[in-house]
Write a protein that binds this ligand. Structure first.
Ligand code: ZN
Length: 178
């Protein structure tokens, strides 16, 4: 059986961790606006050589830059309005989720999105897009999560993530505990 290649989608905050792209077996995709954001934020994150790394990966086809089709951007706009994340998402965020959805539908490969943005996570969860955060030290559980209902704001047990609020019928979400 032929092993399916995986496509990884990277958000700005993933590039800024400085992660070694070769740790990912497969091709990495992102959008032009994400690369612009990385360019704007690399000094704040003290990661000046990140663009060299990105350019080298583009040259070897490890990293591909693609703008999503408009139909997918429209789809993400509608879904994020439904989940209540529309205002929290930038154009760049929407384009990135749209590209992910497009590659899932058209590439016939496994696709996984990497981002540390909670609104992106919510929309991906709604669309059943495989999603993972990735922190600088690679350890996600250092963050204490809180599971809550986006409507009635009640706090639930962490194990109840993605279950339905008994009061409102909405899917529970998570956020870092303050
Ligand atoms: Zn509720």
């Amino acid at each position: 059986m032929k092993k399916k290649v995986t496509i990884y989608i990277f958000d700005t905050n993933i590039f800024l961790t400085g992660i070694d792209f070769n740790l990912f077996e497969g091709v990495i995709y992102t959008t032009p606006s994400i690369i612009e954001e990385v360019n704007d934020r690399r000094y704040i994150e003290k990661n000046r050589n990140i663009l060299n790394k990105i350019n080298a990966a583009i040259e070897t086809n490890k990293l591909k830059i693609k703008f999503p089709e408009n139909t997918y951007i429209e789809k993400i706009k509608n879904i994020s309005k439904k989940t209540g994340d529309f205002k929290a998402l930038s154009d760049a965020d929407r384009e990135l989720i749209a590209l992910t959805l497009e590659l899932i539908e058209k590439s016939n490969k496994r696709v996984k999105m990497y981002s540390n943005d909670y609104s992106i996570e919510n929309v991906c969860s709604e669309l059943k897009i495989p999603f993972s955060p990735l922190y600088k030290d690679g350890i996600e559980f250092r963050i204490a999560w809180e599971v809550y209902c986006p409507y009635c704001k009640n706090i639930h047990k962490v194990e109840d993530l993605n279950k339905i609020c008994e009061i409102c019928g909405l899917k529970l979400r998570r956020r870092p505990k303050k």
